[in-house]
Design a protein around this ligand. Structure first.
Ligand code: ADP
Ligand code: ADP
Length: 233
């Protein structure tokens, strides 16, 4: 579902590639963790999946990234929105509307869907994420875990086959983090969504993963391993 073939990314003015000759595949319907120290290139890899690298960040991408068969170099991020949903660390920076319901609908606005389909998808997503009781609430009044679920919901309404998340639990307390991880697990199991998630606290999330992609040190090639927590970083 996600394929990196000999991918290197060099930002403008950087002496060395930030990501060097990375090769991996994330099969459909798996939850894969991207783990590594700060600066290892986790965000760069996620942004290459959603097309932000290199379309919005500048720099050079060599090799090939394909998502659901689409080459991210020839598709702008906007043209990948129905395929890839992207969620960052800070849910507040994600929001463009005031209420939960409006935020879930917003992600579909450029898709040209009939209003009744949009309404149905908002209802489905409210139920799926346990947000129905909060639908009219201003997002600013919600807890961190609830806000992160709204951020995930807002990228789900276009029905993407792939979700990329950049340390989505890093700003959350343990209980809220569990809520968000349980939602991701449900997406993978019930809808067959493919999830690639960056995380630096492996112990919190490893039990949810099908595979772990290690970025051991800046620039070094990653290794795909079993999730049992057996591999050294
Ligand atoms: P991680 O997510 O693992 O912390 P990043 O992908 O954010 O790693 O960053 C890897 C390196 O690339 C860092 O040294 C960072 O400064 C650099 N970098 C990230 N984004 C840009 C950018 N848009 N332009 C230039 N350098 C960048
Ligand atoms: P529609 O366009 O009528 O909403 P789709 O063919 O897009 O129908 O969706 C088919 C089914 O996919 C729906 O019944 C819905 O339950 C399910 N679905 C809901 N959310 C997602 C999602 N994020 N990704 C894939 N399928 C989803």
């Amino acid at each position: 579902m996600i394929r990196f073939e000999d991918v290197s990314v060099t930002y403008d003015g950087a002496p060395e590639p930030t990501v060097r000759q990375v090769d991996f595949e994330v099969p459909e319907g798996e939850l894969v963790l991207l783990v590594g120290p700060s600066g290892a290139g986790k965000s760069t890899i996620l942004n290459a999946v959603s097309g932000l690298v290199p379309h919005f960040t500048g720099g050079t991408l060599r090799g090939r990234v394909t998502v659901a068969g689409r080459d991210t170099r020839t598709h702008k991020p906007r043209e990948l929105a129905d395929v890839v949903g992207t969620v960052g660390q800070d849910p507040l920076s994600h929001f463009v509307t005031d209420t939960v319901e409006d935020e879930l609908a917003y992600g579909m606005e450029s898709l040209g869907l009939p209003p009744q389909v949009m309404r149905r998808r908002v209802e489905e997503t409210l139920d799926l994420l346990g947000l129905a009781a909060l639908r009219h609430r201003p997002i600013a009044t919600l807890s961190g875990g609830q806000q992160q679920r709204v951020a995930i919901g807002s990228v789900l309404t276009p029905h993407p086959s792939v979700l990329v998340l950049d340390e989505p639990t890093s700003a959350l307390d343990p209980a809220a983090a569990e809520e968000v991880l349980a939602v991701l697990q449900r997406l993978v199991h019930d809808l067959g969504t493919t999830v690639l998630m960056a995380e630096h606290r492996l112990e919190r999330v490893v039990q949810y993963a099908d595979q772990v992609l290690l970025l051991p040190a800046p620039g070094a090639p990653p290794v795909l391993g079993a999730p049992a927590g057996t591999m050294a970083v």
